[in-house]
Design a protein around this ligand. Structure first.
Ligand code: TMP
Length: 218
């Protein structure tokens, strides 16, 4: 036991560009939290609750120019408001540690920076939808764009549902995302930690656990 407590459940988000390995890391993290005797709620965005999953389908499928950046930001943020009220907050109230695959930093990076809506406008939208509700910890998995995209392309053959609108954006879009994430981390050092994802899954998981223990362990 390393002193993570059920009576002070935390809301942890994992962020990063395409191919950073978030899904693998979240599963390994969940195994470890359960070993500590904690109850967990694993969730994701866009989506995470029935209504928000419907919005996910609208946003992630189809032509890359299907929506304007602002429309995307508003759709995803509407889903987020629903997800927070109906899944994340109730889970925290029950004492569950919530681990979410992407959250509002994805909107700031993808829509605010990548799609050109503007970081400040997307931040304002988050405040409108969520008030001051914020993750306790955000772990940003960082890696060079070329490595991330080649990982994502290798994985694409396994995807059945064509949720790849953003993977198909050009390299400069992904460079903008990476820069936006690093800026978020610089601006909010108390909430955000950047980890180098250009390593083995085991080594990365070891670092994630060390960050959580350092921040929340007794
Ligand atoms: P995933 O591939 O990690 O499941 O994420 C789905 C895609 O949705 C990914 O390309 C990033 C994108 N996305 C946004 O553009 N804005 C957001 O706010 C979120 C949560 C995801």
């Amino acid at each position: 036991m390393i002193g993570l407590h059920k009576d002070t459940p935390k809301f942890i988000t994992l962020e990063g560009g395409e191919g950073a390995g978030k899904s693998t890391q979240i599963k390994l993290l969940d195994d470890w939290l359960l070993e500590q005797g904690l109850a967990t709620c694993l969730t994701r965005e866009p989506g995470g609750s029935p209504g928000a999953e419907e919005i996910r389908n609208l946003v992630l499928k189809g032509a890359t120019d299907r929506w304007s950046g602002m429309t995307e930001a508003m759709l995803i943020t509407a889903g987020r408001a629903e997800h927070v009220e109906n899944r994340i907050k109730p889970a925290l109230e029950k004492g569950e540690w919530v681990v979410c695959d992407r959250f509002f930093d994805s909107s700031i990076a993808y829509q605010g920076a990548g799609r050109g809506v503007g970081v400040e406008r997307v931040k304002e939208l988050q405040t409108l939808a969520l008030g001051d509700f914020t993750p306790d910890l955000t772990i940003i998995l960082d890696l060079p764009v070329k490595i991330g995209l080649s990982r994502a392309i290798a994985r694409e053959s396994q995807k059945s549902d064509m949720e790849d609108r953003f993977e198909r954006m050009d390299v400069s879009f992904h460079e903008d995302l990476r820069a936006a994430y690093l800026k978020i981390a610089k601006d909010e050092p108390k909430r955000c930690v950047v980890l180098n994802a250009d390593t083995t899954p085991e080594a990365l998981q070891h670092e994630i656990r060390a960050v959580i223990t350092g921040k929340f362990g007794a």
